[in-house]
Design a binder for this molecule. Structure first.
Ligand SMILES: C[S@@+](CC[C@H](N)C(=O)[O-])C[C@H]1O[C@@H](n2cnc3c(N)ncnc32)[C@H](O)[C@@H]1O
Length: 213
């Protein structure tokens, strides 16, 4: 990990080092709705980038997905393993940085992430890279805070550069660093979050569902 990733990991370790689950133990509701419409086969693999304490991966594992996470935080990994144990499922968790991680070609049927905010210079180059590891027909689902979330107090980074603009995000996720993707759903929405004290109340979000052709 480079210097930036190390200091970011320390910040997330402090947040996840508490007993409470920072964003709750339940999966992100948008991810849950989209993933519930899919039927995993016995060998269907799902990758949850930046899943922190593992709530999305653990839930997906209870639904039959072979769930894998990569994230910067060792404390997040410990919490994920505790949650997985409570649900009697297994999650394969890697401490890794989006920037330096290598992605196998055509490995996953699903990649899903919630609130994965990175500096735009990293996002535009490295988020689309993940999509190459989808199998043909595989799904990419994400939710993040929109730029109009900046003045609101229902969570998200306090930097415009870290927040999403839908047109830009779509251009990146279907652009030069991405494989060919179809757009199933792309929206900016006002929603009401109730995940934890950190993510509660009216919020402005982007929601994306793509499939690999
Ligand atoms: C707001 S938390 C969201 C956690 C989880 N997705 C959820 O919704 O509960 C952001 C997560 O992104 C991870 N993260 C940030 N930058 C990362 C990077 N470059 N590579 C991997 N993980 C990263 C952090 O460690 C943290 O777990």
């Amino acid at each position: 990990m480079d210097e930036n990733a190390t200091s970011s990991a320390e910040m997330w370790d402090r947040r996840f080092g508490l007993d409470e689950y920072a964003y709750g133990r339940e999966p992100n509701q948008w991810l849950k709705i989209r993933i519930e419409s899919m039927t995993p086969k016995s060998n269907s693999r799902a990758l949850f980038p930046a899943d922190g304490e593992g709530r999305n991966a653990v839930w997906a594992a209870t639904k039959g997905w072979k769930a894998e996470v990569f994230d910067l935080s060792k404390e997040g990994m410990k919490k994920c393993f505790l949650l997985a144990e409570a649900h009697q499922v297994a999650v394969d968790y890697h401490i890794d940085d989006l920037v330096t991680r290598s992605f196998d070609q055509e490995k996953y049927d699903l990649i899903a992430c919630s609130w994965f905010h990175t500096p735009s210079v990293i996002r535009k180059r490295h988020m689309p890279r993940m999509l190459h590891s989808l199998n043909p027909g595989g799904h990419f689902v994400m939710e993040g805070y929109h730029q109009s979330q900046l003045p609101l107090s229902s969570g998200g980074p306090k930097s415009l550069d870290l927040l999403f603009d839908l047109d830009l995000l779509l251009a990146e996720m279907t652009g030069e660093y991405a494989p060919k993707m179809d757009i199933i759903h792309a929206s900016v929405e006002t929603t009401v979050l109730d995940e934890s004290d950190l993510h509660r109340g009216e919020a402005r979000v982007v929601r994306l569902h793509l499939t690999k052709t």
